[in-house]
Design a protein around this ligand. Structure first.
Ligand SMILES: [Zn+2]
Length: 304
């Protein structure tokens, strides 16, 4: 038990107090803003229902854990956000939705509001002002998400196009289980096919994070925005299936009619039809469509 505790990069007491004070002792979730400190009935004590929560988890396996951070960075005030106990639980239960970017945005907004409240009376701000703040937050959240998603679509296209190359680097394709008595030429050809799937599999981390964005994106941008995701992952699937068929159907009897081999090789970028590379054309169409869906949301970013 002690060893496990030691491996968590906790915040020091001074940092906890600082992060609470910087948020005005209120929960930083803009939809909550609960007061987190108050008096105890007896003994002049205080009650605290706030926590200095980790933006990126204190220990491996925790929500939003970033292995590239050092223990110092992980227990630094820049990695802390002040939340009420309810909201701390909420953000840890759904880290896909409450991402690092979202929590950073909450923190900067909470601190900005707390700054404007220092030394001010408790007279309620007019309803118009509060509505404006809510609107501004919603727009910023949309813009941030749109920007990340759009960047990911561009990156996904680049990864897929780069994976579809007949050029083989040393060692590529060698994770393929070899058949007995393969000729050298056949080994080279099959490893070449296999390398395409290997290169995509290498970026599985990227693609699974990207796929996880589909849910919040559809929640915010509507079901139309799911089409780009679906088409992109359909293309990935077609490429992986083409690799499998090319490898499995290759043999001494050559089961594949040459037109079918051409179709499959076209999927993996080894053969190009006269009317162009269909996969590349479809990827460009996806990019064109997602640009139309997400670019306007980015440009609508209000100044904070
Ligand atoms: Zn809260």
């Amino acid at each position: 038990m002690r060893i496990i505790e030691k491996m968590r990069d906790e915040f020091s007491s001074p940092i906890k107090q600082q992060v609470a004070a910087r948020a005005g002792h209120r929960c930083s979730n803009p939809a909550c803003r609960a007061q987190t400190a108050g008096p105890q009935i007896v003994d002049n004590g205080t009650i605290n229902v706030g926590v200095a929560a980790h933006i990126s988890a204190a220990a491996a396996g925790g929500p939003r854990y970033d292995p590239t951070l050092s223990p110092e960075q992980r227990s630094d005030i820049s990695n802390a956000i002040w939340l009420c106990q309810n909201c701390a639980k909420l953000v840890d239960n759904d880290p896909q939705y409450y991402t690092i970017e979202v929590l950073r945005l909450w923190k900067s907004l909470a601190e900005a509001v707390a700054r404007t409240e220092v030394g001010k009376t408790l007279a309620p701000r007019p309803i118009e002002v509060r509505e404006k703040e809510g609107e501004r937050y919603a727009l910023t959240r949309r813009a941030e998400l749109a920007e990340r998603v759009l960047a990911n679509f561009h990156e996904a296209r680049d990864i897929i196009m780069a994976a579809r190359s007949p050029h083989l680097f040393t060692g590529e394709g060698e994770t393929r289980p070899k058949a007995a008595g393969e000729s050298q030429g056949r080994t080279r050809r099959l490893n070449g096919y296999y390398a395409v799937a290997e290169r995509l599999a290498k970026r599985q981390d990227f693609f699974s994070k990207f796929a996880a964005q589909r849910y919040p994106v559809v929640a915010i941008f509507g079901s139309e925005s799911a089409k780009g995701f679906d088409e992109l992952f359909r293309i990935m699937n077609e490429i992986n299936i083409a690799v499998r068929l090319l490898v499995e159907m290759d043999g001494p009897f050559d089961y594949l009619p040459s037109s079918e081999r051409q179709n499959l090789e076209a999927k993996i970028g080894w053969w190009t039809a006269l009317d162009g590379d269909a996969i590349s054309i479809r990827l460009d169409q996806i990019i064109g469509n997602v640009e139309k869906v997400f670019r306007p949301a980015i440009q609508a970013t209000p100044l904070l």
